[in-house]
Design a protein around this ligand. Structure first.
Ligand code: KIV
Length: 290
């Protein structure tokens, strides 16, 4: 085990303290067994991403997922995590309407689902929301660059930080998130040189996904990493396993074993089922109490 690995429950102050030290890891998890196995394997942070919508429910994007969906999945993950920090992803429209609603919904992830922190998408425009949530004692991970909840405004899933205007916006946003009290910031599909510049510039850990190798941490969708994604996997993922194959092999073996175990039982000529004899004591003799 690497020397930097905290053996106790990972905390937000510990994540902050790792800035510029050994790299941190974050993976998504949406269910109890997966979270249990990832936690045992030593991942530092478990993100219950709103990507659950596309990965687990087959939705075309992340917009349809609700607070109730997210709380349910977060609770399952939190029950499994012994060491990893559990972060609940705030779904679309759970923090955009008002600051009060944002704080209330963020609080539900801690109170009802057992998360230790929340994540929300957006740059400088959500800095005041981040401040309101962190002021309530709820740690926030910010998320800039490709922000999938804004797909209708962005038009396409693409790399960010290619123009000077976009670079300035992302740098300002990273500073604003840190100043508002965020403990980390996800940089999704941010041009690698800019991700490096942001990582050097701000005092909180950056968590990269499709943003080069220089961020303080890396995050991936677990299904993409292990070959259990139904559909396209982003190029930057570089999967480390293809679990679809052993899964399908096991299913094929199960089908074969079932068919080989014994021939189908022949159905006899239909016989009328025996008429049940009704108890004469009203059924008291067979009553079972629980
Ligand atoms: O929802 C999610 O899984 C995410 C990660 C990809 C960062 O936001």
């Amino acid at each position: 085990m690497s020397s930097h690995v905290a053996t106790k429950q990972v905390t937000v102050p510990w994540i902050r303290s790792q800035k510029g030290k050994e790299k941190l890891t974050m993976l998504t998890a949406y269910d109890y067994p997966t979270a249990l196995f990832l936690d045992e394997a030593g991942v530092d942070m478990l993100l219950v991403g709103d990507s659950v919508a596309t990965v687990m429910y087959g939705e075309p994007n992340t917009l349809a997922v609700t607070m109730d969906d997210m709380l349910r999945h977060t609770r399952a993950v939190a029950r499994a995590a012994k060491r990893a920090l559990v972060i609940g992803d705030m779904p679309f429209m759970s923090y955009q309407v008002s600051r009060e609603q944002a704080v209330t919904n963020a609080g539900r992830f801690l109170k009802e689902a057992g998360a230790q922190a929340v994540k929300l998408e957006g740059g400088t425009e959500v800095a005041e929301t981040i401040k309101a949530i962190t002021t309530a004692g709820i740690p926030v991970c910010a998320h800039i660059g490709l922000t999938p909840q804004s797909i209708n405004a962005m038009g396409t899933y693409r790399m960010h930080g290619k123009t000077n205007e976009e670079r300035q916006y992302l740098l300002d946003s990273a500073y604003a998130a840190a100043a508002a009290g965020a403990f980390a910031v996800v940089l999704e599909c941010v041009e690698a040189n800019l991700a490096t510049e942001i990582t050097k510039a701000i005092k909180i850990p950056t968590v990269g996904i499709g943003a080069g190798t220089n961020c303080d941490a890396q995050v991936l969708v677990i299904n993409d990493l292990v070959g259990l994604t139904a559909g396209r996997v982003p190029k930057f993922v570089a999967p480390l396993a293809n679990l679809k194959e052993p899964l399908q092999e096991a299913v094929k073996s199960f089908i074969a074993r079932t068919r080989q175990a014994a021939p189908p039982v022949e159905v006899q000529e239909a016989v009328a089922p025996p008429t049940p004899t009704l108890p004469t004591d009203g059924g008291k003799a067979h009553a079972v109490s629980h």
